[in-house]
Design a protein around this ligand. Structure first.
Ligand SMILES: [Zn+2]
Length: 245
């Protein structure tokens, strides 16, 4: 009898795998970064959503996948974290597009939550963290210190698993620059309190790069790289069976 009960509980668990939350950055009134190509306007919020849907499609064959938003609407950073908590997700991936006043700036980068002293990264943080102010910010700074200690190692491993896929993927196939796997203090990552990374897929402010970012072929390859990375990370996790945060 005990054996039967155990099987009943274990089988669905094995079948459904892990729970992943994909987070298309910005949305609604918050367009995120903006760019233009042949008089057509593009925004970070739309590109991020398109990418999130493509990644979701690839992972959902093996795992449960949720999106923090599935259409164009405003979602606060706190709400995104609340969704992660409610669904008890195993990992969180936030998707963004970079911009710079320097038109030639280009390339993709992957961030995991950790302290650092990189001034260039601080600039990007100030953009992605901007809907937090005053008291809220102080609370989150304290919270971040605690979460960094508990999640950095697994977040870096998740970041590595994803980022390493880009070398043979988008980097060699579309000749985009690898800006690296870096530590960053993004509050949306800290607030989720679980292994989490933030992806900057490229620069919307660079028209040559925007052409690539908006092409279906690039988007499919990018989604494939990210999905493969996430699944490789989960495979190792399954073998090691460490306690999930
Ligand atoms: Zn963003």
């Amino acid at each position: 009898m005990i054996k039967k009960i155990l099987i009943l509980f274990l089988v669905p668990f094995q079948l459904y795998g892990y729970t992943i939350l994909l987070d298309p950055g910005h949305g609604g009134e918050d367009d995120g970064a903006k760019g233009e190509l042949a008089n057509i306007k593009f925004s970070e919020k739309d590109l991020a959503l398109t990418l999130a849907k493509k990644i979701s499609k690839r992972i959902s064959k093996k795992h449960r996948v949720y999106l923090t938003r599935s259409y164009d609407k405003s979602v606060t950073l706190e709400k995104r974290a609340e969704i992660a908590e409610k669904l008890s997700v195993d990992l969180f991936v936030s998707i963004h597009v970079n911009a710079s006043t320097r038109k030639s700036a280009n390339g993709f980068e992957t961030y995991y939550l950790d302290h650092h002293k990189d001034a260039a990264v601080k600039k990007i943080e100030s953009v992605e963290n901007r809907n937090l102010k005053g008291q809220e910010l102080v609370v989150h700074q304290i919270l971040t210190d605690l979460i960094v200690d508990r999640t950095t190692k697994s977040s870096r491993r998740l970041g590595q698993a994803i980022h390493s896929r880009f070398s043979k993927g988008i980097k060699s196939k579309f000749r985009v620059k690898d800006r690296g796997l870096k530590p960053g203090l993004f509050y949306v990552l800290a607030l989720t309190k679980r292994p989490a990374v933030l992806l900057e897929i490229g620069f919307i402010s660079n028209s040559r790069e925007l052409k690539k970012l908006t092409s279906e072929k690039f988007q499919d390859e990018y989604a494939r790289n990210v999905a493969d990375g996430i699944m490789a990370y989960l495979k190792v996790l399954k073998k090691e069976k460490p306690p999930l945060f």
